[in-house]
Unconditional design. Structure first.
Length: 438
């Protein structure tokens, strides 16, 4: 028997590795998939697994869940890394799995970061998945629709794993302080709401939360049988100042309101400050990006149509890069929107139309703009008198497109701001033509 060294002890592993859940009962989060009566739980407990893909952000338990499944099923477990494995290694392992199948033994193959495999590497799995030699479980942080071959993806069931909530992360951190595999044998004294701060800053990533806690405890001040972690030490481990922010409470809405209203008031300095307050406090950059996209149409609109393009591009950059890199893309969008000419005419147009739509839900579509897809509809007058605008000299037709009860109602009232003045001029020309030809 090989002698165990100091470096082989569990204590030398990172806290996240030591506390990796071993059973479904220990697994935290993903309640939409796991729990009494849930689909994935039924498949695992009944040992009726087929190939699957776990899609979700980092630190939500994709690898852990695969290992738990391997422990519950009657199958050998092979762990592949898409970073270090080539086609030769894949084929060798697949051949061994194929041999095992002949003896009635199943093989569960877990591939972390499967999106990093190229097409040829992914294709190497396909025949073995098809004939049932292996149960493939792939983990990816990228959209499988874009990153995994269609043939392979069609043979796998996709399960979407969500970022862990603060409550879930808080449970994990408390377990780390009580479990002997963590700091259960140590009297750890933390500042008030320290676990809440770590959970908020971890942004749904269990591995990140446990790493921060471990760093804070290992660098705490040792006393007589205890370890004290100061607020200063905790802030250093978080690598960011403790800002007044609660992602689920009032301050969350106060700060996003401050950003929105600073941009609306064309104040780029204030807007960038409130942006930094949120991002440095751990706000999800995609949440901010979504609000920025909304602002581009609600408060700028056709005064500068490029505002929406730039805002969507900033959202995509946040999705590709994440924090901290994407902070500069959001800054670009926020400053652009702050300096852009403002118009809320699109917002007011929709709100006004929505009010009429809700009051008059049963207003019939005018026959002239209905589509006569059957002879009966044509006999009933569907489409009768319809004029194809492209066939006219002015590319306009004198047809009534609103219901009779709303005839001549206007919703869109363009402003003179920025490029919207051009849209206003064009609309006035269209209305004048209709008055002449109506």
């Amino acid at each position: 028997m090989e002698q165990q060294t100091f470096f082989d002890r569990d204590g030398s592993q990172p806290l996240a590795a030591r506390l990796r859940p071993r059973t479904l009962d220990e697994f935290v989060g993903q309640r939409h998939l796991l729990g009494p009566g849930k689909m994935l739980t039924r498949l695992i407990e009944g040992d009726h697994l087929s190939s699957m893909i776990f899609w979700g952000p980092p630190g939500v338990g994709k690898t852990t869940l695969a290992r738990i499944i391997a422990g519950r099923t009657k199958a050998s477990f092979i762990d592949f890394s898409a970073v270090t494995s080539g086609i030769r290694e894949i084929r060798a392992v697949m051949q061994k799995a194929d041999d095992n199948r002949r003896f009635g033994e199943r093989t569960l193959v877990f591939v972390d970061e499967i999106h990093r495999f190229n097409k040829a590497q992914q294709d190497a799995f396909l025949p073995f998945v098809e004939k049932g030699s292996i149960i493939l479980i792939g983990a990816t942080t990228e959209n499988p629709s874009f990153e995994i071959n269609g043939a392979l993806l069609s043979r796998c069931r996709v399960f979407v794993l969500h970022a862990l909530g603060e409550e879930d992360l808080g449970c994990l951190l408390e377990r780390a302080l009580k479990d002997p595999r963590g700091f259960g044998d140590t009297d750890v004294r933390l500042p008030p709401d320290a676990l809440g701060m770590i959970a908020r800053f971890a942004n749904g990533d269990a591995r990140a939360a446990l790493s921060v806690l471990e760093m804070a405890v290992l660098n705490g001040e040792s006393g007589d049988g205890f370890v004290r972690v100061s607020m200063e030490m905790l802030e250093q481990c978080l690598s960011r100042k403790s800002l007044l922010y609660d992602k689920q409470g009032e301050e969350h809405y106060n700060l996003i309101s401050a950003l929105h209203k600073s941009m609306r008031n064309s104040d780029p300095d204030a807007a960038v400050y409130w942006l930094a307050r949120m991002l440095e406090a751990g706000e999800d950059p995609l949440y901010v990006a979504r609000r920025v996209v909304r602002f581009a149409s609600e408060d700028v609109g056709l005064a500068d149509p490029r505002a929406l393009e730039l805002s969507v591009a900033a959202y995509q950059a946040c999705h590709f890069l994440g924090m901290p890199e994407c902070s500069v893309h959001l800054t670009q969008a926020v400053v652009y929107l702050s300096l852009a000419p403002k118009s809320n005419s699109l917002y007011t147009a929709y709100e006004s139309a929505k009010a009429d739509a809700l009051r008059q839900l049963a207003e019939p579509v005018p026959l002239v703009i209905r589509n006569a897809v059957t002879p009966l509809m044509a006999r009933e007058g569907y489409g009768k008198g319809y004029q194809y605008a492209h066939d006219t000299k002015d590319k306009l037709a004198a047809m009534q497109c609103l219901p009779d009860s709303l005839k001549d109602k206007t919703y869109y009232h363009p402003t003179e701001q920025g490029l919207e003045s051009r849209f206003k001029t064009r609309l006035e020309e269209i209305l004048a033509w209709r008055r002449r030809n109506g």
